[in-house]
Design a protein around this ligand. Structure first.
Ligand code: 5GP
Ligand code: MN
Length: 323
């Protein structure tokens, strides 16, 4: 059983590093810090390396321990959480240099890039995968650990709204609540708090929103210049893709954000029940989940828009044909 091997590797390792995906969300930061506490329960100190993340996650227990980098060149063990492939893993040199590697995730598109891979695509959050691990190891869940887990579950499910939330998710939430985890506080700190810069970006996204496919598709974007003008910090683009999705009749929301290397855009897509956006993003070398996915596409706004809309149109044709 993979979980037994993972336990053995954690117990054997002297030095452990925990890594996650770029533009880390609540599940990425939550599962990294949860994994750190799990290692601690097993008597191990682990480094969490996340060079950039939203300061809104600083309320998480252990956030002050997050490192930007490390002096350790070769860790005994590297653990990647909430990340589907090596390309998206930040500071992945610590992963490739490590003697042994473990991947813990919930993405269906996971490439199984570790020596040991514990991936459950049926889980709505990586934090729920970690909870399963804790149960298997019969480890105690402290309030701090529970707070990290709950943060990943709340943020990745949009507050228990998305499909993929199962009776087990609610059972876990009930268990964490009984451990003293403050669910209203986590809601407030994650889903109910936005930075001023995020609010300013929202205004621009709304202003530029375009509709396609008879109102079933929305498209909007932000550039590096926008981010500069509103003094955006890491994570301030979070949630912008959701704006289109909430409009009546919209099946696919497309949001693109200019990358550092100016001639490329990070694409975020969301969908309803009809279209699998992971398939569309896969065409461009990306991936994700059926209803939430992403990719990086070269070009300017108009070129990137054209490329995606072409594939979205095909997906609608295909969906129509299947009815
Ligand atoms: P978001 O739009 O929030 O950045 O990402 C939505 C989902 O798609 C997340 O689960 C994320 O991990 C996945 N995703 C986003 N961008 C990429 C990408 O470039 N490659 C892959 N494989 N997955 C991505
Ligand atoms: Mn996740």
């Amino acid at each position: 059983m993979t979980l037994d091997e993972i336990l053995k590797e954690i117990k054997n390792a002297e030095t452990i590093v925990i890594l996650t995906h770029e533009s880390p969300d609540g599940d990425a930061v939550g599962s990294s810090l949860a994994m750190r506490l799990i290692a601690k329960e097993l008597g191990k100190n682990a480094d969490v390396i996340i060079p950039e993340y939203s300061r809104l996650f600083n309320f998480l227990p252990g956030a002050s321990e997050i490192k930007k980098d490390s002096d350790v060149e070769k860790y005994d063990l590297a653990i990647a959480v909430d990340c589907a492939d090596l390309k998206r893993l930040v500071a992945n040199e610590y992963f490739t240099n490590a003697a042994k590697t473990i991947v813990i995730d919930h993405h269906g598109s996971n490439t199984m890039f570790g020596d040991y891979n514990y991936v459950n695509p049926a889980s709505p959050a990586c934090c729920e995968v970690l909870a399963g691990m804790l149960q298997y190891y019969e480890l105690n869940i402290s309030k701090d650990l529970g707070t990290c887990l709950m943060t990943g579950i709340i943020t990745d499910t949009g507050g228990f709204q998305h499909r993929g939330v199962s009776p087990e998710t609610f059972e876990l939430a009930a268990e964490l609540l009984s451990k003293g985890v403050d669910i209203p506080y986590i809601y407030k700190m994650t889903l109910r708090t936005k930075t001023k810069a995020n609010f300013e970006l929202q205004k621009r996204v709304i202003d530029r929103m375009e509709f396609f496919e008879d109102g079933k598709v929305t498209f909007s974007y932000i550039t590096k210049q926008d981010e500069k003008e509103v003094n955006a910090e890491p994570g301030d683009h979070e949630g912008l893709v959701e704006i289109g999705r909430e409009i009546e009749g919209v099946e696919v929301s497309i949001f693109i954000r200019q990358r550092e290397d100016k001639n490329a855009y990070k694409v975020s897509m969301r969908s309803g029940d009809l279209i699998n956006v992971s398939d569309i993003c896969f065409i461009f070398g990306g991936g994700g989940h059926q209803r939430a996915a992403g990719a990086v596409i070269q070009g300017d706004v108009e070129q990137v828009k054209k490329k995606i809309l072409k594939e979205v149109e095909k997906a609608f044709e295909k969906a129509k044909g299947m009815k």
